[in-house]
Design a protein around this ligand. Structure first.
Ligand code: 6IA
Length: 152
C-alpha cells in the first residue's frame, strides 16, 4: 500500500482557539505514517488572517489537495464556514471523512448539517471526544481505526 494522504481541516477565520488541539490531532495522523495536506491549520503562528495568499489561490489549492487526498479529517468543534465547505466537497468526491467534535464548556451542539449528513453520505463518520487525557487518547484511536479502513 502506498502512503496515505490525509487532508486536515480546522477552523482559521472561524477562530483559532483550537489550534493546539488541531496540532495534536495532526501529529497523531502523522504518527500513523500518513502525509498531512493542509497541516498549517495546526501551526501556532497562523493567525485568523490566514496565509499571505489571495483567497482564490487558497480556495483552489485547498480543493485540489482534497481531490488528491485519500481521505479527510476535520476538527469541527469550532464552527467554521471553510471547514463545512471542505467537508461537503470531500463527500461529493466520495472521500472518507472523519469529523472530530469535542463537548466543550459552552455546550454548543454540532451543526445539524454535519450531524445529519451521515444518513446521506455513508463515507462520513462523526466521533465525539473530550479534551482530557483519556478523551484525547480515544480520539487518537478513532483516527487510527479510521485510517486503517481507508485504502490508498
Ligand atoms: O472559514 P475558515 O477560515 O475557518 O476555514 C478554515 C478552513 O479553510 C481550513 O481547513 C483551511 O484549509 C481553509 N482555509 C481557509 N482560509 C485559509 C487560509 N487563509 N489559509 C489557509 N487555509 C485556509 C485565509 C486568508 C485568505 C483568504 C487571505
Amino acid at each position: 500500500m502506498s502512503e496515505l494522504k490525509v487532508y486536515f481541516a480546522g477552523s482559521i477565520r472561524g477562530g483559532r482557539k483550537d489550534q493546539a488541539i488541531c496540532n495534536q490531532l495532526i501529529e497523531a495522523i502523522k504518527a500513523q505514517g500518513a502525509t498531512v495536506l493542509c497541516e498549517h491549520v495546526g501551526y501556532a503562528n497562523l493567525t485568523q488572517n490566514g496565509q499571505n495568499q489571495p483567497p482564490d489561490f487558497i480556495h483552489n489549492r485547498d480543493l485540489s489537495w482534497i481531490a488528491e487526498a485519500n481521505c479527510a479529517i476535520a476538527e469541527v468543534t469550532n464552527p467554521s464556514l471553510g471547514v463545512g465547505y471542505e467537508i461537503h466537497h470531500a463527500l461529493t468526491l466520495g472521500k472518507p471523512v472523519l469529523c472530530l467534535f469535542a463537548k466543550v464548556e459552552d455546550g454548543h451542539s454540532l451543526s445539524a448539517m454535519i450531524a445529519g449528513a451521515p444518513n446521506m453520505y455513508h463515507t462520513l463518520k462523526i466521533f465525539e471526544y473530550t479534551r482530557d487525557i483519556a478523551g484525547m487518547a480515544k480520539a487518537k484511536v478513532a483516527i487510527s481505526d479510521f485510517l486503517t479502513g481507508v485504502t490508498s
